[in-house]
Design a binder for this molecule. Structure first.
Ligand code: HEM
Length: 194
């Protein structure tokens, strides 16, 4: 998990600060938020593949924590000064349709994550009859990944197929695209049966 977070943070730092237009003063919130959201999504995806129940639970909880931090940080940074393309200057600076739909899928993803956490707490209280060998609510984990994939697609698809727009970021692909690929890969990978 430390490796996943470090890779995401180093990539975000290089794309936005070293090669991109951001100042190092944007590291604590803006750039860190990108690293945390991508790493959180990847850690939740990875957790579904882990064979050992305790490791799976730990990875799921750490991924959920990273996404929780991402939500708080996003709400602090959801302003035209940071994310001007989400806002429509012709409509009183309200969110665009794609921006609103992206936030809806983010909130739904958070709802599914809360459901997973609740199921985990129930199991810890002994009020669930799970045998500990199976994922709790495996389809809820899939739903989190699907919501995450749609969330980033709605905010980033317009630049995914326009590599000329990556120029000011050292030609590196956007994190929305990498996060989408991460979610889709983990959706299709399956845990090996023991
Ligand atoms: C209330 C719920 C959520 C809100 C308000 C929210 C908000 C945002 C915002 C504003 C951004 C753009 C940040 C930026 O470009 O700097 C973003 C990006 C992102 N979000 Fe969320 N999000 C939520 C839930 C989620 C969930 C549940 C996931 C994954 C399971 C997720 C994964 C991501 C990822 C991977 C990015 C791409 C990072 C980037 O390129 O900026 N988010 N989110």
């Amino acid at each position: 998990m430390g490796v996943i977070f470090s890779v995401c943070l180093i990539y975000s730092f290089i794309r936005y600060i070293t090669l991109g237009p951001e100042d190092v003063s944007q590291l604590p919130l803006y750039v860190m938020n990108k690293a945390l959201s991508w790493a959180g999504l990847a850690t939740i995806g990875l957790s579904r593949l882990l064979g050992h129940a305790a490791a799976r639970k730990q990875a799921g909880l750490i991924g959920a924590l990273m996404i929780g931090l991402h939500v708080v940080m996003s709400m602090l940074g959801l302003k035209p000064e940071y994310l001007h393309k989400f806002f429509d200057s012709m409509n009183g600076m309200k969110l665009t349709g794609a921006g609103e739909a992206s936030m809806l899928t983010g909130v739904l993803g958070l709802g599914f994550l809360a459901w997973m956490l609740w199921a985990t707490a129930e199991q810890a209280n002994g009020s669930s009859d799970s045998n500990g060998n199976l994922s709790l609510l495996p389809w809820v984990g899939r739903a989190v990944l699907i919501c995450g994939a749609v969330h980033v697609a709605l905010m980033g698809w317009d630049i995914w197929f326009a590599p000329e727009k990556w120029e000011s970021y050292g030609h590196l692909p956007p994190i929305t695209l990498l996060s989408f690929v991460t979610a889709v890969v983990f959706l299709f990978l399956r845990r090996r049966r023991a």
